[in-house]
Design a protein around this ligand. Structure first.
Ligand SMILES: C[S@@+](CC[C@H](N)C(=O)[O-])C[C@H]1O[C@@H](n2cnc3c(N)ncnc32)[C@H](O)[C@@H]1O
Length: 221
């Protein structure tokens, strides 16, 4: 696992790239990222849920989730980049979904909500730039209600050795350009998650060279 960029640098990357982030991330991953978002939303979101999208950025996942909510449902997009949140708000307004979306400036390491607040929590590609992704997983579980589901999608090494070799070569090149990598690198969370008191509902890797994403769903006991 590569050493993460420092959080100030990560924040400045997103405050700079918010205008082209959606295009870069979706086209740059040949829309494989969208498969992960769609999968988690379909598996997790229930119409009346109060949901947290941690590191939700411009709302690519939250807006999909919002479309499935009824008048009682709501989704909070938490992010530490003001500009990413501004973009999320503008998109929600354009799509007529502002009443279902709330944005909150904050850090995934110290999520500004009490324990057991949300029915479900989503994190799509937002643990990848973190220095200590497990600390964010602990926080996301803290604010999740018992019985609620946490869904994570993150960049991952593939299982196949040849694919892993090829992906790491390409990742090494992309990593040299923070405006391209967006500070995201392949991480590994499952070893840490297995030590937690959670029920693992799903764990699979999707993708093709060089982009692989691990999809993890866990239920808080
Ligand atoms: C790769 S983007 C993912 C955005 C969105 N979840 C998606 O699926 O497109 C990573 C996001 O995590 C946010 N982020 C990174 N570190 C964070 C932290 N410590 N606290 C809150 N947000 C953070 C960034 O600002 C960025 O919006």
């Amino acid at each position: 696992m590569k050493k993460a960029l420092n959080p100030k640098k990560v924040k400045s990357i997103y405050n700079y790239s918010y205008g082209y982030y959606d295009l870069l991330h979706t086209m740059g991953t040949f829309r494989m990222d969208e498969r992960g978002r769609k999968h988690l939303v379909e598996k997790i979101v229930k119409p009346e849920d109060y949901i947290l999208d941690a590191g939700g950025g411009t709302g690519l996942t939250a807006l999909k989730a919002a479309k499935r909510l009824n008048e009682n449902g709501k989704i909070v997009i938490l992010d530490f980049s003001e500009k990413m949140l501004e973009k999320a708000n503008a998109k929600a307004k354009r799509l007529g979904l502002s009443d279902k979306i709330e944005t909150r400036l904050g850090d995934m390491y110290e999520i500004p909500y009490p324990d057991d607040t949300f029915d479900s929590v989503l994190s799509t590609y937002s643990t990848c730039p973190l220095e200590n992704p497990m600390k964010a997983v602990d926080e996301m579980l803290r604010v999740l209600k018992p019985g609620g589901v946490l869904g994570i999608a993150h960049s991952s090494d593939p299982e196949n050795k040849v694919a892993r070799w090829l992906s790491s070569k390409i990742e090494n090149v992309i990593w040299k350009f923070p405006g391209l990598s967006l500070g995201c690198r392949n991480i590994e969370l499952m070893t840490g998650i297995q030590r937690l008191d959670v029920e693992i509902l799903e764990d699979k890797i999707i993708g093709f060279v060089p982009f692989y994403f691990r999809i993890i769903l866990v239920k808080k006991r």
